[in-house]
Design a protein around this ligand. Structure first.
Ligand code: BEZ
Length: 237
């Protein structure tokens, strides 16, 4: 008889869901998530383990860019399935010894969650057993000021994330909220934005005739949105 292997079922929050709540010990004291971050965007991200090279390159890069994220009203929170003292030792090593791509003396001041029991990792679908059942994959959750999950990105263990893309995604979502527009492929502030598809034949016709709107066809219309207008709104909030 073939033996049946029972696989534990892990939950996966989805875009549009309220971010699952948790209380956790971190390198910056206790954190209540998402309650402590009400009114701000946050990025909750997991990494496989402390004292590993890809993770070290990622932490240095994120810490180096932290001010940029904070200026866009966004706080960073990391997690790995390691204990608090391992986290502290790793962050001290990064600051004291590691030089990478011109970055050195990097102090990680955002919280790093200890999650030895995997309580948080399991709630957020960060454990993907066919990749690894004791290490978190590289998950990224963007949570908005109302505590709603707005975007999720997952990478495997071997692949370091692109932090410029995480910043671009944050600014694009904020632009979408502030200006009621969508953003096309590879959008950067200053590029044209997409206006929502026309909901009636009349609107479709009006758009085709509006000289401020550029319609490739009735369903695909863009308009200009100045870079300074975007950044002044988002970075000065
Ligand atoms: C790393 O961060 O280098 C790493 C961690 C776990 C598996 C593979 C790579």
């Amino acid at each position: 008889m073939e033996e049946k292997k029972e696989q534990e079922v892990f939950s996966m929050p989805r875009i549009g869901d309220p971010a699952p709540e948790f209380k956790a010990v971190t390198t910056q004291g206790e954190v209540n998530f998402p309650g402590d971050y009400k009114g701000k965007w946050s990025i909750l991200f997991s990494h496989p383990a402390d004292f590993t090279p890809v993770c070290t390159s990622e932490f240095m890069t994120f810490a180096h860019m932290e001010e940029k994220f904070n200026e866009a009203n966004c706080q960073l929170i990391g997690l790995s399935i390691d204990g608090l003292y391992s986290h502290i030792a790793w962050l001290r090593t990064i600051k004291e010894k590691i030089e990478y791509k011109g970055m050195k003396d990097i102090e990680v001041t955002f919280p790093l969650i200890e999650d030895i029991k995997m309580d948080v990792a399991k709630k957020y679908g960060m454990i993907q057993p066919n990749e690894d059942n004791t290490k978190a994959v590289r998950a990224v959750f963007f949570v908005d000021p109302k505590g709603i999950i707005r975007a999720i990105i997952y990478y495997p263990l071997s692949l370091g994330r692109n932090f410029d893309e995480l910043y671009r995604a944050l600014i694009a979502m904020q632009t979408s909220d502030e200006f009621g527009v969508a953003t096309p492929a590879d959008w950067q502030p200053g590029d044209d934005v997409i206006i929502s598809p026309a909901g009636s034949c009349g609107t479709a016709q009006e758009r085709m005739e509006d000289s401020d709107i550029d319609c490739k066809d009735w369903f695909f219309c863009t308009k200009k949105l100045d870079k300074d207008t975007v950044l002044n709104k988002i970075l000065k909030k």
